[in-house]
Every structure is written in C-alpha cells, then in structure tokens.
Design a protein around this ligand. Structure first.
Ligand SMILES: CC(=O)SCCNC(=O)CCNC(=O)[C@H](O)C(C)(C)COP(=O)(O)OP(=O)(O)OC[C@H]1O[C@@H](n2cnc3c(N)ncnc32)[C@H](O)[C@@H]1OP(=O)(O)O
Ligand SMILES: CC(C)C(=O)C(=O)O
Length: 514
C-alpha cells in the first residue's frame, strides 16, 4: 500500500489564522503533541518573519527528534540564511522555499516575468542546497498557473536540488478534477519527477480542501500538507484529522496508509483549540462536539439496534473515550503522577507539584474531576511562563444584580512586585471586572473579542475564557480557566497583558511597531 507522508503546518500556515499568536512554550507543546500524533514533517514557522518565530522554530528544532522540522522561506538569501540558523540543529532539517508561479502573482505581486521567477527559483534552490539536505520547493498559487510553465520550472528546480515539489491550491480555487489533473500532468511531463516527492497543499475557501487532497494522492502526490482542526489563512487549510480518518474509513476507495496514530486526534485537536483560541464548530467532521451525537428518534433507534446504521466512525478510533472519571479528593501524588503521564504530559517536579496543588483545590469545589479538567489544568501549567515579571491576580470581588450597579474590586501584584488595588463599575459583572483591571494596568487596552466556553459538561464544568485585545496598539490574545467564570475572565485578561511583557510576542510587537 502506498504510504502518504504527512506534512503538518499548524505552526506556520495555521498560525497565520487571524488573531492567533502562540508563544514559544505553546508552540513547543503543540510540536511535542504532533510528534506523538506521528506526523513526518512539521513546519515550525517562518524564521525570517520575526525574532519570536525564529526562536520558536529553533526551540522545536532542538527538541523534536522523531519528525523532520521545516521552516518557510522566501526566495531570498537572507531568508534562507536565517532559516538555516534556526533549523541547523534539527534531526532532519528541511527548507520550504516558495515563489509564486501564477500570472496574477508574478505580474502584480512579484512584478517579475516568468523567466525572472524561474531564474530566482533555480538560484535560490542551488544556494539553499549548500546548507540544507532537504529542500521542498513550492509553486505558490500552482492551481492558477500555466501547466507548461509549471513543468518547465519544476524540471529546473529539481535539477538544482529540490527533493520535494509542492503544488499548492493557495487560494482554495481548484476543484478535485482540476487539481488531480494538474498532478497527473506534472507526473507525466516532468522528465526528472522521479527524483522528487510530489506534495499537495490545499485551502478550504470552497470547502474542497479534503476532496482536493484526496484527488492529489489519486494522481501521484505522496505527501499531503494540512493543519490540525483545519486552521489557517481565511477559510483554513485541509484538516489533517479529516484526511487521516477519510483514509482510515474508506481504504476501499483510497488504498493509502499514513504513519499517524489516529488515537491521538482528540488530544491534538483539543490542545490546538485551547492554545490558539480558535473554536471548533459543533458540526465539524471528526472532532466537532456533535460529530458522534445522534439526536433524532429514528437515528437513535437505529444506533441502539446496530451502531453502524448511522455511525461510520467509531469515536474510540480518534481517541474519544466515554468521559472517564479520574482521581478524587483522596488521591495522592503517585496516582496523580501516573495520570499525568497517561494524559501525555511530562512536567518538571516544580510544575507537577503546582498541578497537584491545583488539582486538590479543584476537588474541594468540584464533585467530579475528569480527564478534560486535568488536561486544562496541565496545559495551563505546562505553557505558563514562570520566570518573568508580570501582573498576578491576588483577589477579586464582584457584586452584581438587577438592582445595584455591577461593581468589581481587584487586587493584584504589578511586574515591579507592588500591590495595587481599586474598584470600578460596569454594565455587567465582566465589564466591571475588566474596567477595574484596565484602571490598574497602566497601558492602553482595548478588548476586541471575549469568548466563554465550558470544558466538559454539567453544572460544575470548568469555564474557559479566550480574549483578544490590543495593548498599546499591539494585538495580543490570552486565555484563562477556572470553575468561576469571573476568575477565568480575569486570568484571560492578565494572561494577554502579561504576554506583552514577555519576549515571545516579538512577532506581534514587531508587526505593531513597523
Ligand atoms: C501563501 C503563503 O502562505 S506565503 C506565507 C505568508 N506568510 C506570511 O507572510 C507571514 C510572515 N510574513 C511577515 O512577517 C512579513 O510579510 C515578512 C517579514 C516576511 C516580510 O515583510 P516586509 O519586508 O515588510 O514585506 P511585505 O510583507 O510587505 O511584502 C512582501 C515582499 O516579499 C516579496 N515576496 C513575496 N513572496 C516572495 C517570495 N516567495 N520570494 C521572494 N520575495 C517574495 C513581495 O513581492 C514583497 O516584496 P516588495 O517589498 O519588493 O514588493
Ligand atoms: C507557502 C505555500 C505553500 C502556502 O502556504 C500556500 O501556497 O498556501
């Protein structure tokens, strides 16, 4: 059976989703989970785009050992040099070099003729080959490019040393038949194509990203690129979990295998959702909340009689188990540590102790502590930046009702280590709380998005808040969780503000300052 290489770009194209900005610890946590999921290549970022991205890529290159690490680069020597500096310590570094090949991109964006683009592509692949063992070359906007021009330029970049040829549907314009035809044409007409792997990279503007990826592998592609939860520019990229499950369920139609461990899908998806703050539609295929729910009587009757009447995917295939009850009030450190490992976390002694403290405090307030609760606590602790000065919540109180004006009182420590407290009113309890926090933090803050969701089900579910805001004009996001909605809201607010004080938001800082 033909094996398909999986190239994950959650940390690069996925991070290009509007409003998503991951710090280094968050990127690293996702990278480690992608490694567990079994991707062959992970694109860790675009090193030349900012200092923060450079550091993020370098950290991942130094840490992840079981996947090739790629970095995106324009066709310029300085982008290539920066990428090499970020990637050189990876086990299997890969440069992802791109340049657009469609008439519209060459004429209006690059302002170059096809001959100039060809020369630049060849020169830069040759230059990159002096550093990188693996070069993936992408013909940006391939699906709107002239096929014979594609054939010519691909032959030349392979001769120059490219080992992977990626043909992206950059703007999600292609239909499956067209996209498949392009791969067939390239496969049949590029003289030296046997020296390279052909790769598909699809966007979902017309909702065809998975259909197009499948058409590509039916026509010669042996690598597929995509992101977890389908996040990415505009309507997003091909969702890798959907692609993997489509192959798993319809092997009769698609006789291809991957090295992915499908049981890691749920965890990978949860982690990406949590850290990016990108919500998942309940009806999203494979990982949406309703993907395995049956509401109507006739369906329920069928499923009770024989699950496969209405259920083509067994939830356990993607790591969704029935909500397991875990550890309680009387559990000790040994059982807790074993549980941490089972959930896939590897914490330092200090972080493990902090997790145990938070777990114990939760068992005082919550009847049932589930795996989902623990996953939330552990993710927050694992990605918390502990060694920087920041704002910390000491205490808060909010009074709210239909008669009095909602009023919040907050006490916090400032990055200088001082205690500050004040009170403000608002139209509702969250606004009162945020007005108070704004009054305490001497920066110009504008909240642009507030999103509240619950982790798990039931009256005592944890609240999770994601916010987006600008701090002194810089866009930044934050998240917080707690059993108390207001505490989760305050934590999310401070988490966003604290990112500004930590170097990992360099990408955001640079963009805003430029
Ligand atoms: C399809 C894709 O997803 S491609 C990847 C897109 N991702 C991103 O853009 C995210 C990161 N980008 C960034 O941080 C910034 O755009 C940077 C740092 C890379 C560049 O910033 P700036 O130098 O300010 O340039 P800006 O983004 O405004 O314009 C891009 C320039 O690169 C050129 N360019 C675009 N693609 C390429 C390429 N593949 N090779 C060489 N040059 C290119 C453009 O023509 C333009 O050049 P010009 O200034 O001579 O007109
Ligand atoms: C850089 C390339 C591969 C890309 O992201 C696209 O064309 O969508």
């Amino acid at each position: 059976m033909q094996n398909i290489h999986i190239f994950d770009t959650t940390l690069r194209d996925g991070e290009q989703s509007p409003g998503v900005n991951l710090n280094q610890l968050e990127k690293l946590e996702i990278a480690k989970q992608l490694e567990r999921f079994g991707v062959n290549v992970m694109e860790a970022g675009f090193p030349a785009s900012s200092h923060g991205d450079f550091e993020g890529v370098r950290t991942i290159a130094r840490t992840v050992r079981n996947a090739s690490i790629a970095g995106l680069s324009r066709a310029t020597k300085s982008d290539i040099d920066t990428s090499w500096e970020a990637l050189k310590e990876a086990e299997a570094p890969r440069l992802h070099l791109f340049i657009a090949t469609s008439p519209i991109h060459m004429t209006y964006k690059l302002k170059k003729s096809p001959e100039q683009v060809t020369q630049l592509a060849v020169d830069m692949v040759r230059y990159a080959k002096t550093k990188f063992p693996q070069i993936e070359w992408s013909a940006e906007d391939a699906s709107r490019s002239d096929l014979d021009f594609l054939v010519q330029i691909i032959e030349k970049v392979i001769d120059a040393g490219a080992t992977v040829i990626n043909l992206p549907d950059t703007v999600g314009y292609a239909t499956p038949a067209e996209y498949g035809r392009m791969f067939r044409y390239v496969k049949d007409n590029v003289r030296n194509i046997h020296k390279a792997i052909l790769s598909a990279h699809c966007h979902d503007d017309l909702g065809l990203a998975i259909a197009n990826s499948l058409a590509a592998i039916e026509n010669g592609a042996t690598q597929v690129e995509g992101t977890i939860n389908g996040i990415g520019e505009r309507a997003g990229n091909a969702a890798l979990e959907e692609f993997a499950v489509a192959l798993g369920i319809r092997r009769d139609q698609f006789p291809f295998s991957t090295g992915l461990n499908l049981k890691e899908i749920k965890r990978t998806s949860d982690l990406v959702r949590k850290l990016t703050g990108m919500p998942i539609a309940p009806n999203k295929a494979v990982i949406g909340q309703n993907a395995f729910a049956h509401e109507s009587g006739i369906h329920q009757d069928g499923v009770l009689k024989h699950p496969q009447t209405y259920e083509i995917i067994n939830p356990s295939m993607v790591g969704i188990e029935s909500n397991e009850l875990v550890l309680g009030k009387h559990s000790g450190r040994h059982a807790f540590k074993e549980k941490i490992e089972k959930l896939g976390f590897s914490l330092t002694e200090e972080k493990s102790e902090e997790a145990f403290r938070q777990f114990k405090s939760l068992t005082d307030r919550k009847k049932e502590v589930t795996d989902e609760d623990l996953f939330t606590i552990l993710t927050d602790i694992q990605t918390a930046v502990s060694d920087v000065k920041k704002y910390e919540l000491l205490a808060y109180q909010v009074q709210s009702g239909s008669i009095n004006l909602p009023t919040a009182t907050v006490a916090l420590t400032t990055p200088e280590g001082l205690r500050a407290e004040t009170a403000r009113t608002g139209k509702g309890p969250v606004e009162a709380l945020y007005n108070t926090l704004e009054a305490l933090i001497k920066e110009e803050i504008h909240l642009t998005r507030y999103q509240l969701s619950s982790v798990g089900q039931g009256r005592d579910a944890l609240a999770e808040v994601h916010v987006k805001m600008t701090v002194n004009g810089m866009p930044v996001s934050g998240r917080g969780s707690s059993q108390d909605v207001l505490e989760a809201s305050a934590k999310a607010f401070l988490n966003a503000v604290n990112r500004v004080f930590y170097g990992q938001t360099a990408k955001v800082l640079q963009t805003a300052n430029s």
